[in-house]
Design a protein around this ligand. Structure first.
Ligand code: PLP
Length: 461
């Protein structure tokens, strides 16, 4: 392995910065700097660490974007990618089948809850959500219910960056400057207990959310609503863990009204909560569809997919339109390299990583919750290997305290100096490190966060 020295890396960064500004458009840019922006150069990754251009090693606090689940530089994944590329680098999903895709679909079906036994592979999370939604439209068209197409989504949701998936998004700034298929979507309240209405307990807040859902179905009409889409824990909305019992209650209302329940497990699947899928194991849910991506390959290859239930496919077979075509597919659907990488990743998860997550989770959550004694911290919350630190600029009032949008970025800046990459979201920081993190590394992470938050408090004084 060649390790680039820090001087060479610094020079490389300078050069790359200029070249990036000339030709590379970064995702989520602002108009002022779009096409004229370079972000810090990361040269290497190893385990839970990444190394920047100056040779500084940082803990990969967000695991890339919730995806490097088994950590960086795993030889097994590099090898399987190479072997599969040499055996069969590509095969058309339009008229052929590759063996890794069959084997992976089988393994995924074995882990998915209920009768979710059929997998449609995509290239990532947005295309997975898009596929699930287009399938819902197709399903209702074939079943002679062309008006049953509206989609229920919730405040603080993030479901992707394609047109339909992005139309469900509801975090601050998601919709300020972007068009969306708004007439297809009905937005419900965020299930964030920290910002629940004043005077309500968390249990009462669950009732409020369920009542809102039931009232919306009654007002809009079940005959017009095709699907409800929900992350079991809203990830980039700020690691929002919903009130206990609320999701299963919504699931029942969906079932009673023939509304498809689509569980977006793009973040929560493949080990983040200690299981391959969290919906059944953690939340007691049996959705009609589950979307997944990210951790399925630990970020080594772009892959995602939708798991669809037996029941939905049987309904299609029994419909009056056996000739109807689901005219939807991607060149890279069922990509053999992606599927081979995912199979090996699943082997590694099952061979100790899932057990490790279940064992280390209470420690991870406890160490981060210790930070709640800092005056800037309004709440530390989370489940499994996901945690959100929500900061408040002033004293936490009934509504959870005032928002200061610079806090997350300030904490990230300080933490990077101290050796930890943080994912800042407005006034929050989310932590979702590679799942292989040890107790000692969790201690390091918590100590840096404490110092980073303290320095941010000093800045604000
Ligand atoms: N769904 C959820 C819950 C996500 O967090 C994301 C991405 O962060 C997506 C969907 C979109 O996935 P991708 O970025 O792979 O398209």
């Amino acid at each position: 392995m060649t390790t680039i020295g820090s001087t060479a890396m610094a020079a490389a960064e300078e050069d790359l910065t200029e070249r990036a500004k000339r030709h590379l458009i970064q995702p989520w840019p602002v108009a002022e700097t779009m096409g004229d922006e370079a972000r810090p150069l990361i040269g290497e990754g190893d385990g839970i660490y990444i190394t920047d251009a100056a040779g500084k090693r940082l803990i990969d606090g967000p695991a890339g974007m919730w995806c490097t689940n088994i950590g960086h530089r795993r030889r097994e994944l590099a090898d399987v990618m190479h072997e599969q590329a040499m055996a069969l680098s590509y095969s058309s999903p339009w008229y052929t089948t590759s063996s890794p895709s069959v084997a992976l679909a089988e393994r995924i079906a074995a882990h998915a809850p209920g009768d979710l036994n059929h997998v449609f592979f995509t290239t990532g999370g947005s295309s997975a959500v898009e596929t699930a939604l287009r399938f819902m439209q197709f399903y209702n068209n074939v079943r002679g219910r062309p008006d049953k197409k509206l989609i229920l989504s919730r405040g603080s949701a993030y479901h992707g960056s394609t047109y339909l998936s992005a139309s469900l998004n509801a975090r601050p700034r998601d919709n300020d400057w972007m068009d969306s298929a708004g007439d297809l979507v009905v937005k419900l309240s965020s299930p964030n207990p920290f910002r629940r209405p004043g005077g309500k307990t968390v249990v009462e807040f669950a009732d409020v959310l369920v009542d809102e859902f039931r009232d919306t179905v009654a007002r809009v009409g079940a005959e017009r609503i095709g699907a409800f889409v929900a992350e079991p824990i809203q990830a980039s909305g700020g690691v929002i863990v919903p009130p206990e019992g609320y999701l299963p209650r919504i699931r029942e209302i969906c079932r009673a009204n023939d509304i498809l329940y689509i569980c977006d497990e793009v973040v929560t699947a493949f080990g983040r909560l200690g299981h391959v899928f969290a919906s059944g194991e953690i939340f007691g849910l049996d959705p009609d569809m589950i979307t997944f991506a990210k951790g399925v390959t630990s970020g080594y290859f772009p892959l995602g997919g939708v798991v669809i239930s037996d029941r939905l496919l049987e309904d299609l077979r029994r419909s009056n339109h056996p000739e109807a075509m689901f005219a939807h597919g991607l060149t890279n659907t069922s990509h053999p390299i992606g599927c081979a990488v995912a199979l090996k990743n699943l082997d590694i998860l099952e061979d100790g990583v899932l057990d490790h997550v279940r064992e280390v989770t209470p420690y991870f959550q406890a160490r981060l919750r210790d930070l709640a004694d800092l005056p800037l911290v309004g709440e530390v919350r989370g489940l499994g290997m996901m945690a959100g630190i929500e900061c408040v600029a002033g004293p936490a009032g009934e509504e959870g305290g005032a928002l200061d949008e610079t806090i997350g970025k300030r904490i990230d800046g300080h933490c990077q100096e101290l050796g930890l990459l943080v994912r800042p979201i407005v006034n929050m920081c989310v932590m979702s490190p590679p799942l292989t993190i040890t107790r000692a590394q969790i201690d390091d992470m918590a100590a840096i966060l404490r110092e980073g938050i303290s320095r941010t408090m000093d800045d604000l004084e």
